[in-house]
Design a protein around this ligand. Structure first.
Ligand SMILES: Cc1cc2nc3c(=O)[nH]c(=O)nc-3n(C[C@H](O)[C@H](O)[C@H](O)COP(=O)(O)O)c2cc1C
Length: 309
């Protein structure tokens, strides 16, 4: 039984997590577990005048078969934004998410991501660019602010002039990065002020929590779940939290990364070990350690067989 089928008219979204929820993870997740209404891709961006090729590869429709994918873009320069919106429209997408939440200081200092929340003029220019793309629908993924929890108000006047159909709020400040608790006590004020559907995000880590939040906030359009879904890919469909499903999921990831990563065994091993930094954190401690310490793919496979059996 999927949780999303039990929550009338609310959405459950998979959050973008750079380095984890790429097309390989998303398609394997949808195939084995699912329970998600849409997957949000980690942000794409322009570097040295071109969109990073791996960002393009990650969202190509043929690399995301059978899933509802929403590409995300991060830019503060209107021409960079323009370039990415044209690219996603050319790929056939009708919906794009705008990143106003990235907290990394080198990104934010340039007025990108969460940094833009403190710059109303840059926000306005960006919204002008969005208005020039009537064929696209936009969502915004924002934090409460960069360094002040009232900066989200800066987007309010713009919601009336740009085609924004949904706002996803990560209830932290940019300067908090991912530390401290999400300020979920601020949900009420955002729901009262924002006239488009609002999706809640931040530290939503169990089905009980989803139920509590959506019961307490009937106006909320849904929730977006990030790290907890990477930690337990069966989070939203508990009856699939079985060794067989985890095994299938792992094997799909492993098989696909072996095909796509061309830098040799070491690169594949690194990729899989980095996934295990977050995945199934409460699984057998010794097997997790053996995965971490594996220096060959054969040892890695043995360790995974110990962990998922
Ligand atoms: C390593 C990492 C990478 C992330 N990458 C992105 C990203 O590319 N775009 C984005 O909007 N949010 C990104 N986020 C933020 C998550 O989407 C989410 O908003 C945040 O983790 C809070 O939700 P959670 O507590 O459910 O994980 C990232 C978070 C982490 C930890």
């Amino acid at each position: 039984m999927y949780l999303c089928s039990m929550i009338d008219n609310r959405v459950i979204l998979s959050a973008p997590i750079q380095g984890w929820t790429d097309h390989v993870w998303r398609t394997a997740h949808a195939q084995v577990f699912g329970g998600v209404d849409a997957y949000y891709a980690p942000f794409m961006r322009v570097e040295h005048g071109t969109i990073r090729p791996r960002d393009i590869r990650d969202i190509l429709p043929e690399n995301n078969p059978g899933i509802h994918l929403v590409p995300q873009v991060l830019a503060c320069r209107p021409d960079d934004m323009e370039r990415m919106l044209n690219a996603v429209a050319d790929m056939g997408y009708g919906e794009v998410d705008i990143n106003l939440g990235c907290p990394h200081p080198p990104v934010a200092r340039k007025g990108n991501g969460a940094g833009m929340l403190a710059r109303p003029e840059a926000l306005r220019q960006m919204f002008d660019t969005l208005s020039r793309h009537p064929s696209l629908r936009f969502s915004l993924k924002l934090r409460l602010g960069w360094d002040d929890a009232s900066q989200w108000h800066n987007v309010l006047p713009l919601l009336d002039v740009a085609p924004i159909t949904q706002v996803i709020i990560h209830y932290r400040l940019g300067i908090q990065q991912y530390k401290g608790e999400a300020m979920l006590d601020r949900i009420g004020e955002t729901l009262d002020a924002i006239k488009v559907p609002v999706v809640l995000n931040g530290d939503i880590d169990s089905t009980e929590r989803i139920g509590q939040l959506l019961t307490a906030h009937q106006q909320a359009a849904g929730v977006m779940v990030g790290r907890a879904l990477v930690a337990d890919p069966a989070l939203l469909c508990p009856d699939r939290a079985t060794p067989a499903c985890y095994r299938d999921f792992h094997d799909l990831l492993y098989e696909q990364y072996r095909k796509e990563l061309t830098g040799g065994d070491h690169q594949i091993l690194n990729k899989m070990q980095s996934l295990w930094e977050r995945m199934l954190p409460n699984a057998d401690h010794r097997a997790r350690k053996a995965i971490r310490k594996a220096t060959t793919l054969a040892r890695y496979e043995d360790a995974v067989a110990q962990l998922i059996n």
